[in-house]
Design a binder for this molecule. Structure first.
Ligand code: PLP
Length: 360
């Protein structure tokens, strides 16, 4: 049995992969694969419409929002957002809660005059925290506020949606579909697919329709133009047809599993198990204050880093894969996306407990 803790591209639900394998050379009885059919064929178009409807059902997306299936992964949106909804002389607000926020900020600086960092991570009494909204230096005239609710590398999360008057834009690449959400609180939600949706390269954008009318900058390239992609039903050019199909299968799987309430409960249980193991041990530690801990990506360190390699080697021997932390952070990281079963978290904690006992 293999449990894959990769941060992304990450594990996909086994039943989805098995179904894709079964129908790879003969999709919907057509005798050809889903990759070999026109994206304008009614059979394919029907699949995309069902995918959108399933996502709308799962996330309770209101009718005044459009759903786009775009190219360029998560990072493609770092430039698409400012280019589509902010003029070049605008001010935009960004929360800097970790590495991905930092990349988004750097990219935005290329396209708008003022990128205001409203707050960054600080040390609190129980570990690193994101300062409360009341301490943020918000601009009075920002075109939007951008934040990353779940920082995949740092393992930090903001568990409440910032209550501000400007449109809120969220990079949910590593947390979309992990729990129920009030979409109406957001202007734009976007996500690269390879963590909780499907294959890499695809990105999902959920955008409030009035923002489609924002004046896009002249230089926004047409495949990244929200208004055009919305009008063209994400088929201005040939979409990543296979990734879209696989995403559609993941949405169906999520519905059958009980939707986002079931995922939230599962993700809560998995993450609690691991944090409990880390907190109750003097062998492992995690530097993030409880209120800002991620439920998707859990970084932890061995107090003695000389044992890191042995930990990883032994874990892999037991089928616990991809636990090495990001190269910027070191240590370990366990990513627990929707496809990770509870038994995966249990197997990891069981291994961590035995390893600590042996090397304490
Ligand atoms: C993975 C990730 C990205 C980058 O996605 P790409 O598809 O590689 O561009 C951006 N933001 C967050 C929060 C991520 O986890």
């Amino acid at each position: 049995m293999i449990f894959n803790f990769s941060a992304g591209p990450a594990m996909l639900p086994a039943p989805v992969l098995e179904k894709a394998q079964r129908e790879l050379v003969n999709w919907q009885g057509l005798g050809i694969s889903v990759m070999e059919i026109s994206h304008r064929d009614p059979v394919y178009v029907k699949m995309t419409e069902e995918a959108e409807q399933d996502l709308r059902d799962l996330m309770s997306i209101p009718n005044n929002y459009s759903v786009l299936f775009m190219h360029g992964g998560g990072r493609g949106q770092f430039s698409a957002v400012p280019l589509n909804i902010a003029s070049s002389d605008a001010t935009v607000d960004y929360l800097n809660s970790g590495i991905w926020s930092g990349y988004a900020i750097r990219e935005a600086k290329k396209y708008v005059r003022v990128v205001n960092e409203v707050a960054h991570v600080i040390d609190g009494p129980d570990g690193k925290i994101i300062p409360p909204l009341s301490d943020w230096s918000l601009s009075p005239n920002a075109s939007y506020l951008h934040y990353c609710p779940n920082e995949t590398v740092d393992g930090m999360a903001l568990h409440e949606v910032p209550d501000v008057t400007v449109p809120v834009v969220a990079d949910m690449s590593s947390s979309i579909l992990s729990e129920p959400l009030d979409v109406s609180r957001f202007g734009i939600i976007y996500a690269g697919a390879q963590k909780n949706i499907g294959p890499s390269g695809l990105s999902v954008v959920i955008i409030r329709n009035d923002l489609l009318e924002a004046t896009a900058q002249n230089q926004v390239c047409t495949v990244m133009n929200y208004k055009i992609q919305a009008a063209e039903k994400s088929m201005y050019n040939t979409p990543n047809t296979f990734a879209w199909y696989l995403a559609a299968e993941v949405f169906k799987w999520l519905k059958a599993e009980g939707g986002l309430p079931a995922m939230a409960e599962l993700n809560q249980r998995k993450s609690e198990l691991i944090y409990e193991c880390v907190d109750n041990s003097s062998f492992y530690h995690n530097t993030i204050a409880p209120q800002n801990r991620s439920r998707m990506n859990i970084p932890f360190q061995l107090v003695n880093p000389a044992l890191d390699e042995e930990f990883l080697r032994r874990a892999e021997k037991e089928g616990l894969m991809s636990l090495k932390g990001h190269r910027f952070v070191g240590g370990m990281r366990a990513s627990l996306y929707n496809a990770m079963p509870y038994d995966g978290a249990k197997a990891l904690v069981d291994f961590m407990t035995r390893f600590a006992k042996e090397y304490q």
